[in-house]
Design a protein around this ligand. Structure first.
Ligand SMILES: NC(=O)C1=CN([C@@H]2O[C@H](COP(=O)(O)OP(=O)(O)OC[C@H]3O[C@@H](n4cnc5c(N)ncnc54)[C@H](O)[C@@H]3O)[C@@H](O)[C@H]2O)[C@@H](O)CC1
Ligand SMILES: Nc1ncnc2c1ncn2[C@@H]1O[C@H](COP(=O)(O)OP(=O)(O)OP(=O)(O)O)[C@@H](O)[C@H]1O
Ligand SMILES: [Mg+2]
Length: 364
């Protein structure tokens, strides 16, 4: 008996939805089908009428000597989900490493601190002396654009060309670097650029919550430890963190309706008014880097959702819908990679799954 392709697609879609929401009593499968439909509504069509850049130009602020994988994962996932250009703003040491992972990334070694610029300047002078070059000549000439200590200004120059920023993956916690990031966040807010804040960016927010207070184009993506740190920093009254929906809702409200994506066995997403949960089956591998992929997806999707406008959101806020899309996609990639590689699965194995996972969730 011949089976219609449409029927097969519908069955596949039902299976994904059942996996997604079998554990969650508050939302019926119908509700979740609707939420997936909202994500589908924000995806820009691939047409011959567009020019490079229109599907998304994303900036990642992160990458230092210790951590080069995290900004790479965020930047490549932004491209693979459909952004046209992905920029990484990182420290000087991290730049050649990140570039060497992928020719597709545009890498700016601008997150340099004043003392580092001084160190490189001294090194250049030293090399000049060894080469028997006149020291005074080298002092003038050898600080290239990448050595500029004015990191905020260097990133700010690019902001008019970017649709969204992901701040934090692999950033590190050096005070001087975080000071730069404060300036970058202020400049992004002044331009109404959506920002996804993850990892060490959340460390900064825990020190200074006022930096994103009330900025509704900000989305925070804490893991378990980062969420507890934010709760402690932001809420004055005690809160039951085992009530993940209640705690997420309260944190978002206390931050002035910034969207909070609490990652975990279920991803709990709140904008202080509503709560969405993503239970889509992922995998039991907890290898590092999966959250970085999520932040890259979200950087792109939040911009798509804001561009699509509230009328396509059925009463949900655009960041909430975008976050649901990014969480679902991360978990689906993890699930697919795990089916192939089992215990040996690492985040790199999830990258080739992005295209098939996206089609499966959002193009059926
Ligand atoms: N390949 C890479 O370059 C990666 C770099 N990463 C970066 O690494 C930096 C640090 O991020 P992490 O998420 O590792 O954060 P932390 O360095 O704060 O935590 C590392 C791990 O230690 C454990 N831990 C920390 N504090 C704890 C506590 N109080 N109680 C119990 N367990 C605790 C948790 O398992 C946590 O995942 C960030 O810049 C992040 O982006 C990660 O994204 C992973 C991948
Ligand atoms: N117990 C779990 N069961 C299933 N999925 C999980 C579980 N914990 C986390 N995840 C999923 O893994 C992804 C990354 O979340 P995780 O908490 O590992 O972030 P992270 O610690 O910030 O990662 P990274 O190593 O990139 O910094 C999310 O999509 C989340 O849904
Ligand atoms: Mg993380």
């Amino acid at each position: 008996m011949a089976v219609a392709p449409g029927w097969l697609a519908a069955q596949a879609c039902q299976r994904v939805l059942k996996r997604a929401f079998s554990l969650h009593k508050a939302h019926s499968i119908k509700d979740m089908e609707n939420t997936f439909q909202l994500v589908k509504n924000i995806i820009p069509p691939l047409t011959s009428k567009k020019h490079k850049g229109q599907a998304g130009r994303i900036g990642i602020v992160g990458g230092c000597q210790e951590y080069t994988g995290a900004p790479y994962f965020a930047a490549i996932s932004a491209l693979k989900v459909g952004a046209d250009l992905s920029h990484v703003f990182c420290t000087r040491e991290a730049a050649p490493v990140i570039k060497s992972y992928s020719p597709e990334l545009i890498v700016h070694p601008v997150l340099i601190m004043p003392w580092m610029a001084f160190k490189y300047w001294k090194l250049d002078v030293y090399v000049g002396v060894l080469k028997d070059e006149p020291v005074s000549g080298r002092r003038q000439g050898d600080l290239s654009a990448g050595d500029s200590p004015d990191a905020v200004h260097e990133v700010e120059k690019w902001l008019p060309r970017l649709h969204a920023l992901v701040v934090g993956p692999g950033l590190g916690r050096e005070d001087a670097l975080l000071k730069n990031v404060e300036g970058i966040l202020e400049a992004s807010k002044a331009r109404a650029i959506p920002v996804v804040i993850d990892a060490d960016g959340l460390w900064l927010i825990a020190q200074q919550p006022t930096l994103i207070q009330g900025y509704r184009k900000a989305v925070l993506t804490p893991n378990h430890v980062e969420f507890l740190r934010l709760l402690e920093a932001v809420l004055t009254d005690p809160v039951d963190s085992s009530d993940r929906r209640g705690a997420g809702l309260r944190l978002s409200q206390a931050l002035g309706n910034v969207t909070v994506v609490q990652k975990g066995e279920q991803d709990v997403i709140s904008d202080g008014e509503q709560v969405l949960e993503c239970n889509l089956q992922g995998s039991n591998r907890r290898c590092g880097g999966q959250g970085d992929l999520l932040s890259g997806f979200l950087g792109v999707m939040v911009q798509w959702a804001l561009h699509a406008g509230p009328e396509k959101m059925n009463g949900f806020s655009p960041p909430l819908v975008a976050a649901f899309g990014a969480c679902s996609l991360t978990r689906q990639c993890s699930h697919q990679a795990f089916q192939k590689y089992g215990r040996s699965t690492t985040t790199s194995d999830m990258i080739p799954e992005i295209g098939p996972a996206f089609s499966r969730l959002f193009e059926t």
